[in-house]
Structures are given as structure tokens and as C-alpha cells.
Design a binder for this molecule. Sequence first.
Ligand code: IPE
Length: 259
Amino acid sequence: MSSEVNVIKLGGSIITDKSKYYHIRYSEIVRIAKEISIAYSNCSSRIIIVHGGGSFGHPTVAEYQGVPDADAFSQVVYYMKELNSIIIDALKLFGVPAFSVDTHAIFYRDCNGVLQLFSKPLEEAIKKGAVPVLYGDAILSCNDFEVLSGDEIVWRLSYVFRPCRLLFAVDVNGVYDKHPSVPGARLLPVVSIRDVHHIDFGAQNRRVDVTGEMRSKLMLGARYWNSNIEEVLIFNGLKKDFIRASLCKEAVPGTKVTS
Ligand code: IPE
């Protein structure tokens, strides 16, 4: 059993169908829960799960054109908690001691733009073998409300846990030198966060995404990089066994992100 904390982001596109509204990918969620359960028992109990908004969070935010008021905030939180319950149910079905941590209750953006976090419950949970499950959500900020992506949560958590591994399970094989839908796009086995400005991520596709997929994932990395981070991997979470293998520190094809 290893000592580092594994923070794994389940991209909204692997747990929901982002081309539809409020559409769960049940069979993927069950498979993922089973893989996490095996990893938890055999490799590491020190796991934090963060999942994305997928077809629950993004369309709700798009409908309200952001999180302009208390009504929108309440609606986004409501739908995200619905999605979160489904993830928790699946994990518990496979014996993972998962519990929901409401992102909007422990994160707050202060007036200097700093993402404040009450991390103590997470630290204690990890020590005791419980598996917190957070999610991209609407949060309160100094003057109003905003969307906090699961990606930013993952990078922010790297300040708390030393050492930590950040694992991003997405619906493509990793980071490409062009948008992966462009013919000839090449998968990059390693990307330095210093080079992300040179990558042509292309236009966003037709899916509703209010937080900006791969580009923002890496840009956030450039902002949050710190010495607690032991490894960052972006890989295809739809490929069978990749999530288990990543948690067990086995080689998984994808893109390693370096400083
Ligand atoms: C988005 O979180 C949260 C909301 C829209 C409320 P993410 O940006 O992490 O979600 P995915 O992974 O892209 O779906």
C-alpha cells in the first residue's frame, strides 16, 4: 500500500453523455465503481474522487447563462447532487466507503480570487480510509456565485496532500497536438505545463461545456503546480481497467503532465 493520496477526476463525459441532457452512462459508472473498489482493496485506500458536471452541470449552467443569482445557484447544486448520489450509490454497491462532500459547502472564492477550502474533513477522512467524493459545482464567491470545475478542485487539492498523484480520466486518450477530432492529430505522451500555450486545442465541439475541457485543465495546472505533486496523468477512462491500473500505479497509456 502506498502513502501518497490519489486524487482522481472522473470527467463528466465518461459518467454522462454530454451530447444529451441529464443522461447517465450507467454501465460506465458501474464499471468505474468496480475498478475503484478493486484498487481500494488491493493498492491504495487513500483516494479522493472528484467528478465533473457532464450533462447535469453544464446544461443547467448554460440555461441560466452562468450562475447569476440564488435561484440558478440552487438549481445547479440540486442537479449536481443528483448526479453525485448516483456515483455514491454505485461505489457503495461495490463496498467502497465513499461519502459525498458538497463542494459548495467547503470551497469559497475570496475577494482576491483565491479559492479557499476547508480541507480538514478531507484530511481526516483520508487518514481513516474513507473516500470523499466531490464534484464540479456552483459555489459562493466574494460578490456573487460562480462555477467551480472539478479540474480546479483537483489542482487545488494538490496543495493539501503531500505527496499526491492527480489522475484525470477523460473520454480521449490524452492530450493531442491538435484537437483530437482533426485527422492526423498526434497523442502527446508527455506535456510540460510550460508548453501548453503552444498547443492548438482547436475549437470546442458541439457539446455543452461551460468550463472548457482540455485547455483549462492544463492552464489550471500551470497556475497551481507545486512540489507536492508526484505525478499527473491524463488518460482514457472509458478504456477497461485503466482507472484501476492508474490508481495502482501501473503503466497506463495517456499523457503525463510535467512541470
Ligand atoms: C462542471 O465541472 C461543473 C458544472 C458545470 C456545475 P467540470 O468542468 O469538472 O465538468 P466536466 O468534467 O467538464 O463535465
